[in-house]
Design a protein around this ligand. Structure first.
Ligand SMILES: *Cc1c(COP(=O)(O)O)cnc(C)c1O
Length: 457
């Protein structure tokens, strides 16, 4: 057997990840430092330019609330790899569970030679998701793949085709999910034609709705669906209970329940895309719970498995059992390593009361960001729930979105060692998605860095 010496970033002096890492912000070089810059050059030469990088500091270890880069900088993580590592990076329970599974078997394909952890994940999701009706679950690899399959279930069950998505929606980057996603640049531009039978309805966006109530916004959407599509043609509506990439838009109270009621009356499947909001993030296990809605199908991914790729569709047994056997599946869906990680992750959410922790984080962020809004008129709105909060930056004289300022604040925070992400249809939202494992002092320091960065511009 020939062994090949592969070049590595650093395998001897890299710190071990997980919560044992020192929980400090520490900059020893400019961000990105020389080693990261060298890696960026290799990235440009080897990786598709279509794969963008928000902050090109290359990571060698992570845990708690920090990311350690190749130059030895310790950055504060306010992004969780886009709301994925809710339980923290390399969380001990997840590491132990995955290591144990790794030593047993890595793959059989559940649809060829099944194993029990897939069933156990399905049982846990059936128990945890909103509603006490009979449910079933199917597992996939990515959020987009799960969204695609949710649409398949809805079409198989209703015998109808049309799907309605909303303004500002983000559902993924595959062909069908690009069609569902609202924003053209960067997600859709040049990639058409898009999947047919996808229609768009207006969202409830309290900050920009001119005082429309949730019920009024829902009636506006319903009127448009009835006039332009027709409930008799609609398989599903799909909606994020709090929109993620679209700008952390929390619809006005009443919007979601009114749409659910309309769906029930019209044999239209209500699909909640909780890929970003799911799993304790918003201060409840799922964002649907805040308004007491019970989706017919719920799509889950990101926070589900502590960073391993896994996604799920969970929902009404009659809908989930509609497709023919073999119609749903895939080679890797519900991979045993990902299932082991999910079971450990779910155990952490439940036994470590991470819902409570998300609320604490939310209280801290609400206070800090609220103070920032009072002090700085460019902060037009502070919104979100739990550990999913954002600020919308505007020109105070006109209320117009200020994407340029937003980009500069994010860049300044990055340069000071804080990983924050931007989002929003207008590119003028800074979002905060800290891992629920972040200590308070790092969270406060991270928010202070962003405050200072805005103040300096
Ligand atoms: C990220 C995201 C997706 C897509 O998930 P991928 O795993 O990136 O395919 C879908 N819906 C929402 C709400 C998301 O935030």
């Amino acid at each position: 057997m020939t062994t090949v010496d592969l070049p590595r970033v650093s395998d001897t002096d890299a710190p071990l990840g997980g919560p044992s890492l020192a929980q400090v912000r520490r900059l020893v070089t400019a961000i990105p430092g020389p080693k990261s810059q060298a890696l960026s050059a290799r990235k440009t030469a080897a990786v598709s330019a279509g794969v963008g990088v928000a902050l090109p500091a290359y990571i060698v270890a992570a845990g708690g609330g920090v990311l350690i880069d190749a130059d030895g900088n310790s950055l504060i993580d306010l992004g969780s790899g886009i709301a994925v590592t809710g339980v923290g990076n390399s969380a001990p329970r997840v590491v132990a569970a995955v290591a144990a599974q790794l030593a047993q078997f890595t793959h059989t394909c559940f649809t060829v030679s099944p194993y029990d952890s897939y069933i156990e994940v399905a049982e846990a999701l059936n128990r945890l998701t909103p509603g006490d009706h009979l449910k079933r679950t199917a597992l996939f690899n990515s959020g987009a793949e799960a969204v695609e399959n949710a649409v398949k279930f809805a079409r198989a069950f209703t015998g109808k085709q049309a799907v309605v998505a909303f303004d500002h929606a983000y559902h993924g980057r595959t062909t069908l999910t690009m069609a569902l996603t609202a924003k053209n640049i960067p997600y859709k531009d040049g990639f058409g034609p898009f999947a047919p039978e996808v229609y768009r309805a207006p969202m409830s966006y309290p900050y920009r709705d001119g005082g429309l109530s949730g019920v009024e916004a829902a009636k506006r959407a319903i009127l448009q669906m009835e006039k332009q599509v027709g409930g008799g043609n609609m398989a599903a509506i799909i909606l994020e209970p709090i929109q993620g990439e679209g700008g952390f838009i929390v619809p006005a109270p009443g919007f979601l329940p009114t749409l659910v009621d309309w769906c029930r009356a019209n044999n239209v499947v209500f699909i909640a895309d909780e890929v970003q909001t799911g799993f304790a993030r918003t201060g409840d296990m799922f964002a649907s719970n805040h308004e007491g809605i019970v989706p017919d199908l719920i799509v889950l991914a990101k926070g589900i498995a502590g960073g391993l790729p896994l996604s799920a569709v969970t929902g009404r047994a009659d809908i989930m059992d509609a497709p023919q056997p073999g119609g749903i599946g895939g080679t890797y869906g519900g991979n045993p390593l990902a299932c082991a990680a999910a079971l450990a992750t779910i155990e952490s959410y439940e036994s470590d009361n991470l819902v409570g922790r998300a609320r604490e984080i939310g209280a801290i962020m609400t206070e800090c960001l609220g103070a920032l809004q009072l002090a700085d008129a460019r902060v037009g709105d502070v919104r979100g729930r739990g550990a999913m909060m954002a600020i919308e930056l505007v020109d105070p004289s006109t209320g117009e979105p200020d994407a340029q300022l937003t980009g500069r604040v994010a860049a300044a925070a990055h340069a000071r060692g804080v990983v924050v992400l931007t989002c929003g249809t207008y590119g003028n939202v800074i979002r905060f998605l800290p891992p629920l494992s972040i200590p308070d002092h790092l969270l406060l320091e991270g928010l202070q860095v962003v405050t200072d960065a805005l103040g300096a511009l």
